[in-house]
Design a protein around this ligand. Structure first.
Ligand SMILES: [Zn+2]
Length: 343
């Protein structure tokens, strides 16, 4: 299959909108990790895969950043990555609940890394709208140059469809900051109420005018069937401010959606490039669909950013870069607004 001409022009100018920042608590970096999480199989696998030592957090944190920079700089297609933070769980009255929070990557740590490496990183802060200072934190992060806000309702234990968050979503719209929300089941963290991963709950944010990126192409993540396949097609038609990212779509549990979406060129301009780094990118989806030489090329492409680009492209899945959203969500702030952000 030949490369799509519109994508060829963007080589080495793509932004990956879905790259996880990982860090162990160290000094004043504001990050947290529970004992339970430290012992989880996925976490141990990531430590082993990236050869990170939990006994030397400072060295492990530096190595994670260095490895990511190295892989990104070596990519032939991807120029920049949006680094994602991870907010905690908050009580009903909006206070941080350290016992229910398994994992926290602080906004200050995300912003600091983006500032230290402006050619490679953009800041994808995480703000649980349940927190009492959600709007203040949003304004603070916008001032410091955040480029989007990431939420993971299943792990952060809030319902994104609740009317109480309308003001937060309106502020996102005013500041021109997109909301990137996890969709479907969540295995990697300790998910609680999995029903809050339903993309239909993102309608509250969409109705309030926020630009929304549904993660993982709205895939369900359970391999059985893609219950949100009609939802993604309907939302693209209904909401000009709705997008989905293509991160993690080569994983066996999300592959079903990739196989469906590739037949919908009419929505390719709403699909945003992303990987879900540090998760692996599989060449499995191409088996039976591409020639052996193409598959061999994918196998030899060990750079995860390039492999995601090439596998999706060879599957016939079109996508655009996160730049498209940045350009279309320029904030129109009233006169008493905050100073403009870097986006
Ligand atoms: Zn992710």
């Amino acid at each position: 299959m030949t490369a799509m001409p519109q994508l060829k022009q963007r080589e080495k100018s793509l932004i990956d909108c879905h790259v996880h920042l990982a860090a162990l608590p160290e000094g004043t970096n504001g990050c947290l990790i529970s004992e339970k999480m430290l012992k989880s199989p996925l976490f141990r696998f990531l430590l082993w895969k990236h050869q990170l030592s939990p006994t030397d957090p400072a060295a492990a944190n530096r190595k994670y950043i260095q490895d990511l920079l190295e892989e990104l700089r070596a990519s032939q297609h991807v120029q920049q990555a949006v680094l994602l933070g991870m907010d905690g769980v908050y009580t009903n009255d909006g206070r941080m609940d350290p016992h229910a929070t398994e994992f926290l990557i602080s906004n200050d740590y995300v912003l600091e890394q983006a500032k230290a490496h402006p050619n490679e990183f953009l800041a994808g802060v995480s703000i649980n709208p349940q927190r009492i200072d959600a709007i203040e934190e949003l304004q603070r992060c916008a001032e410091l140059g955040a480029t989007l806000v990431k939420v993971l309702p299943n792990a952060q234990q809030f319902d994104p469809g609740h009317y109480r968050y309308k003001k937060f979503y309106r502020e996102l719209a005013r500041l021109g900051l997109p909301l990137l929300s996890h969709v479907g089941y969540e295995f990697s963290l300790i998910g609680k109420d999995q029903s809050v991963g339903d993309p239909n709950r993102l309608q509250t944010a969409l109705e309030e005018g926020a630009t929304v990126i549904a993660a993982h192409g709205c895939s369900y993540g359970l391999m059985v069937y893609e219950k949100f396949y009609p939802t993604i097609l309907q939302f693209v038609n209904r909401y000009p401010n709705f997008y989905a990212d293509i991160s993690a779509l080569t994983l066996p549990n999300r592959l079903g959606m990739l196989l469906k979406l590739r037949h919908h060129p009419e929505i390719f301009d709403r699909l945003i490039f992303g990987t879900d780094y540090p998760l692996s990118v599989f060449h499995l989806p191409l088996w039976g669909l591409a020639s052996f030489s193409t598959i061999r090329r994918m196998m030899l492409t060990t750079n995860r950013f390039d492999r995601q680009y090439l596998v999706c492209q060879n599957m016939g899945l079109g996508f655009v870069s996160f730049n498209t959203i940045i350009q279309s969500t320029q904030p129109s702030l009233p006169s008493d607004a905050l100073p403009s952000t870097d986006i």
